[in-house]
Design a protein around this ligand. Structure first.
Ligand SMILES: NC(=O)c1ccc[n+]([C@@H]2O[C@H](COP(=O)([O-])OP(=O)(O)OC[C@H]3O[C@@H](n4cnc5c(N)ncnc54)[C@H](OP(=O)(O)O)[C@@H]3O)[C@@H](O)[C@H]2O)c1
Length: 155
């Protein structure tokens, strides 16, 4: 906040903020972060956090957007991928984009990095989007730690 007040940064971004954290930072500082980067992928839609982000006008950025590659092994994702002629990973990334989220995928392969940018001249139908929505397992689908109980500063 101090850097922003000094004009040394234009925007504040946060990561792994739960609804209570976001409400608190906005009410105590009056500053609305531009982006909140949180775990989101087909198996963990993180709906509460996305809804809170939307309520504040904060963009959601999905980390582990392809569930660390686990979408590649899912039958539904495989069927959709075959239908649209793209890999399951790219179908998952397109699902995020159509939901209005920013994606932050990782790959060690140049070819896949290039493919992961190729998301904007094709789309999923509403029915295909719904099929992916149905893969949400809620909190059981998390890959990473729950920010509400994670021991951020190990003793
Ligand atoms: N802010 C936070 O708390 C937080 C927490 C976790 C992660 N992150 C960040 O989020 C970023 C992404 O997360 P992540 O690495 O955990 O998971 P991810 O991006 O969902 O998945 C990465 C895995 O997907 C594979 N992959 C990537 N593109 C693919 C494609 N087109 N086709 C098939 N497989 C593909 C990669 O394999 P290859 O490498 O073999 O291509 C890798 O095994 C990372 O940079 C990480 O630092 C942030």
């Amino acid at each position: 906040m101090a850097l922003r007040a000094e004009g040394r940064t234009r925007s504040i971004g946060v990561s792994n903020f739960q609804p209570s954290h976001l409400d608190e930072i906005v009410s105590k500082t009056g500053v609305v972060p531009v982006v909140n980067r949180v775990e989101v992928h087909p198996f963990f839609a993180n709906s509460d956090v996305r809804a809170t982000n939307a309520r504040h006008g904060v963009l959601t950025e999905a980390w582990s957007p392809i569930a660390q590659g686990k979408v590649n092994d899912d039958d539904v994702m495989g069927e959709l991928a075959a239908l649209v002629g793209k890999s399951p990973a790219r179908v998952a990334l397109r699902w995020h984009i159509q939901r209005g989220d920013i994606v932050f995928p990782k790959s060690m392969h140049r070819e896949r990095m290039q493919q992961n940018f190729d998301l904007f001249d094709w789309s999923l139908t509403d029915a295909q989007m719904s099929s992916i929505d149905e893969l949400d397992l809620g909190p059981a689908g998390r890959i990473g730690p729950d920010p509400d109980v994670f021991d951020w500063i190990p003793s």
